[in-house]
Design a protein around this ligand. Structure first.
Ligand code: URA
Length: 434
């Protein structure tokens, strides 16, 4: 078999056999197939798509490209969640400790920023000392001792996805349903959780631009997970405007801290309560989403979720002083409000443009391996449906470069669409697939 034959077959709309997919995944993982052939293969998949059978074979080949964890000697039931990627999506920072505070172990492998979406690992690394690089033994020890662990993809687990993820980020091959589904589900299957809640985003700031595409992705992933013997549910939610107010690594950590203290933006808090609630439901820790919600709200109010967050961050090497005084998080040298150019109602905040602006400021990667500026980003003050006066601050830009600040200002102004009529705030949760 030759890699080029699979590329040509897929380029011409053919269906790859399980053997061809396995050959490609194994060859790329070992380094026998170079990045340029893998990039061409991903582009062919993006343009031609895959059948559900091909996506499932790709998932299993990637899950088996390294070790797979069995966590049952540590805990009878471990839960996990995964987002398909959005702008301002700091959900894991709140949901993981919130769920773990209920005595339900959360073992999670997260990713880095991908294209215009930022990644949980980059956010966590903005906390001084925090390490996301855990070997298998440390991952398991942390889960046993603290009931919560969030780590980067270790080289041993789903290494094929680790390599492909970084390649897709810089080759315009992220927005492919089978590549996203197999990337997410291979990690989840390899990491050993019994139950997985998929946080599937739909809209301009997501890889799936329409609700219908997001639902299809959710259904494909739920089917792959069930086929692999896991309990899986998916929450399909809106990503046309950024989630919460903050976009940018350290800025999002601050917003997560506020939320864990019982505050935070309403849309973000609600989203966390739904995702965490579904995790409790799958683990039979609640019999309805309403019951789960009251359990979780109590944990936010009585400080349990916050204490679990502190325990987790410190156990992974993070500096507890930074959490108690978030002013110690990386901060930008240029902080400037963007005044509204007019009075009116906000009809749209284009989350894709906001995400691209965060990357432009240095908060994401333009090419594989680029360093990240944790301090930069955007803090919105208004959401869709809000009325604004002329000159009122719409958002605050955090930058470390005057030229980039100027570009960000222009870009963010064009990301906002106005209406003279009242605009209803968009509904946040579209669907829950169980
Ligand atoms: N998240 C992942 O883990 N993989 C993708 O391809 C997209 C989002």
């Amino acid at each position: 078999m030759r890699a080029v034959d699979s590329i040509v077959k897929k380029r011409d709309g053919g269906e790859l056999s399980a053997e061809e997919i396995q050959f490609f995944v194994d060859g790329y993982t070992r380094g026998d197939i170079p990045d340029y052939q893998a990039a061409a293969w991903c582009m062919a998949v993006l343009l031609r798509g895959m059948t559900h059978r091909e996506a499932s074979d790709l998932t299993l080949a990637m899950a088996r490209s390294g070790d797979t964890l069995d966590l049952h000697h540590i805990a009878p039931f471990v839960v996990d969640k995964h987002s398909t990627g959005g702008v301002g999506d700091k959900t894991t920072l709140v949901v993981a400790p919130l769920v773990a505070s209920q005595g339900l172990p959360v073992g999670k492998m997260s990713g880095r920023g991908l294209d215009f979406t930022a990644g949980t690992l980059d956010k966590l690394e903005s906390i001084r000392g925090f390490t996301v690089t855990l070997g298998q033994e440390e991952f398991l020890r942390q889960l046993t001792e603290h009931g919560i662990v969030v780590a980067g993809q270790s080289a041993d687990l789903a290494p094929a996805d680790g390599k492909l993820y970084a390649l897709r980020d810089v080759t315009g091959t992220v927005e492919s349903m089978p590549l996203i589904a197999s990337s997410i589900m291979s990690k989840k299957i390899a990491a050993g959780a019994d139950a997985i809640v998929l946080d599937v985003k739909a809209g301009k700031g997501a890889f799936m631009k329409t609700e219908a595409e997001a639902e299809e992705l959710a259904e494909v992933m739920v089917a792959i997970g069930r086929g692999a013997g896991r309990k899986v549910a998916a929450v399909v939610s809106d990503m046309n405007q950024p989630l919460g107010y903050a976009v940018g690594n350290a800025l999002e950590v601050r917003e997560a801290i506020d939320t864990l203290h019982g505050g935070g933006p309403t849309d973000f808090r609600e989203h966390c309560l739904i995702v965490a609630g579904m995790m409790l439901l799958l683990a039979d820790k609640a019999s309805s989403l309403d019951e789960a919600r009251s359990i979780l709200v109590r944990s936010l109010d009585d400080g349990n979720a916050w204490h679990k967050f502190m325990e987790w961050i410190i156990a992974q090497g993070g500096d507890g002083a930074v959490l108690e005084a978030p002013g110690l998080l990386p901060s930008a040298s240029l902080v400037e409000d963007l005044p509204s150019p007019q009075a009116g109602t906000i009809a749209e905040i284009d989350a894709y443009q906001v995400g691209r602006t965060a990357v432009l400021l240095g908060g994401g990667r333009e090419k594989k391996g680029d360093p990240i500026d944790y301090a930069v980003g955007i803090v919105h003050h208004k959401k869709v449906g809000d009325q604004v006066e002329n000159g009122e601050p719409l958002l605050t830009i955090h930058a470390n470069d005057a030229g980039k600040l100027e570009q960000a200002r222009r870009r963010l102004l064009s990301a906002i669409r106005w209406s003279n009529e009242p605009v209803a705030p968009p509904s946040h949760t579209h669907n829950i697939i169980r």
